[in-house]
Write a protein that binds this ligand. Structure first.
Ligand code: FAD
Ligand code: UDP
Length: 400
């Protein structure tokens, strides 16, 4: 039978290897080595292989593709996100159309509630939030705008994450929704973080309770990991998981390197460690059909040790008698998940960026390598434009 033949062949190969233990390993040559199989690495690899026709080796030190967007079925069969909730949203038709080559979509609009003063109210703060918390009786956008204007404390120059919120909604709402959450999430006071961090969460005067207002809001129908598998499934792409860039040595040669890991690590942290914030994820399956009314509940109260709880079935539409959740505990040590946006970190990044610019055959792409607090769609957009700038399809660069 075929199975018996395969077994015999495997045995023969094993025997051969055993009798020639010192046989020299052949050095393989690739046009490009891509370090990291997350969004940055996968998009670069796909374009380089499928569009430019180059031979690409992709390595990732983790045992799976998809980087931080990795999802998998847990023991109860529920699709969970190993590294916390990933919700896809974008205003870019280019990014959405690009990814649509590799997945179908399930329309999904994200909603989040924040637990404050013993109530669960919509975040971003909207008219409903104000009416629930303050019994404010606000009936229109104009009512809500006036209510907020009366509380807002104008700041001469909006510089920090505290300024953004206080200048829009005042101290009370700032403390209720932002101060504790931010101190937990970042280990810093909002006054020590760039305004861009809390500016991710707007304030609304209408009753729109969606977390995002982007044109495209959807989840990959079979999950992120399946989408990545489709992206990387190309004859020009070789994938080696569980493989650290540092372990590659001179085993393979390549003309260009695409690096999507932490930029300071690439340069041996020679200017000092670039700060990244980490999280500890606690995954659990509960014997109930539904745990909470929306996908994510935020806990801004500083006395609560975690920041948010995610229930995945809301994101995926999966049905089951049980449900799986993830609780996020911020941490100083651990995998680098977030660059920390503040001036001194940006200054240190610039020193590493200067080193990067001096290496024309290495391209630094993605959230860790460019030290930018980017969403998934922004990383895809960045990778597509880095690829375009390589100009590989320009006739002049092709050998004749
Ligand atoms: P990563 O996904 O980090 O991939 C980098 C890969 O490189 C990793 O797999 C790593 O193992 C590998 N690597 C690093 N160094 C080496 C090395 N030396 N050798 C081999 N491999 C190496 N974005 C959204 O749009 N919506 C969301 O809802 C959202 N939620 C998020 C929630 C959390 C908790 C986090 C942390 C991020 C979230 N994001 C979200 C952001 C999203 O995760 C990133 O934008 C995106 O995954 C970044 O892709 P990347 O390829 O740049 O980096
Ligand atoms: N934030 C907050 N309270 C909230 C939600 C967000 O203070 O209820 C602040 C906090 O600093 C957080 C930032 O806004 O890190 C960005 O929030 P987002 O939900 O975009 O964070 P991410 O999903 O990237 O972790």
């Amino acid at each position: 039978t075929a199975a018996a033949m395969m077994a015999a062949m495997a045995e023969a190969t094993a025997g051969k290897a055993a009798t020639h233990p010192a046989a020299p390993r052949t050095r393989r040559h690739y046009d490009v080595l891509v370090v990291g199989a997350g969004f940055a690495g996968a998009v670069m690899a796909e374009r380089l292989a499928a569009d430019a026709g180059l031979r690409v080796l992709v390595v990732d030190r983790r045992p799976h593709v998809a980087g931080n967007a990795y999802d998998r079925k847990d023991a109860a069969g529920i699709l969970i996100h190993q590294y916390g909730p990933h919700i896809f949203h974008t205003n870019s038709a280019e990014v959405f159309d690009y990814l649509s080559q590799f997945t179908d979509w399930r329309p999904y609009e994200h909603r989040v509630l924040a637990e404050v003063r013993g109530q669960r109210v919509p975040i971003p703060i909207n008219r409903t939030t104000l009416n629930r918390l303050f019994d404010a009786g606000l009936e229109s956008d104009a009512d809500a705008a006036a209510f907020l204007a009366a509380r807002a404390e104008p700041v001469a120059e909006v510089r920090t994450s505290q300024d953004v919120v206080v200048s829009a909604v005042g101290q009370e709402l700032y403390r209720l929704f932002f101060r504790g959450y931010t101190r937990k999430q970042w280990g810093l006071d909002p006054s020590e973080l760039d305004k861009a961090v809390t500016a991710r969460v707007p304030t609304r005067t209408n009753a729109d309770d969606r977390y995002f207002t982007d044109t495209y809001q959807a989840m990959p129908a079979e999950g992120f990991t399946a989408m990545f598998e489709a992206m990387l499934d190309h004859p020009n792409i070789t994938l080696r998981l569980g493989t650290d860039f540092a372990a590659i040595g001179d085993e393979v040669t390549y003309d260009k390197l695409v690096y999507t890991g932490p930029i300071d690590e690439y340069f041996g942290c020679r200017h000092g460690k670039l700060p990244y914030r980490s999280l500890r994820f606690e995954h659990a399956t509960l014997p109930v059909e539904r745990h909470q009314e929306v996908a994510v509940v935020n806990y801004p109260d500083e006395a609560v040790p975690y920041t948010r709880v995610t229930e995945y079935k809301h994101l995926t539409g999966q049905r089951s008698d049980v449900t799986s959740i993830t609780t996020e505990y911020p941490a100083a040590e651990g995998d680098p998940y977030y660059p920390i946006p503040r001036p001194e970190n940006q200054a240190l990044f610039k020193r590493y960026e200067a080193l990067a610019l001096a290496e024309p055959d290495v391209l630094f792409v993605g959230r860790l390598a460019t030290y930018r607090y980017y969403n998934m769609d922004q990383v895809v957009g960045q990778a597509l434009s880095v690829y375009r700038r390589m100009n590989l399809r320009a006739p002049a660069t092709y050998p004749v």
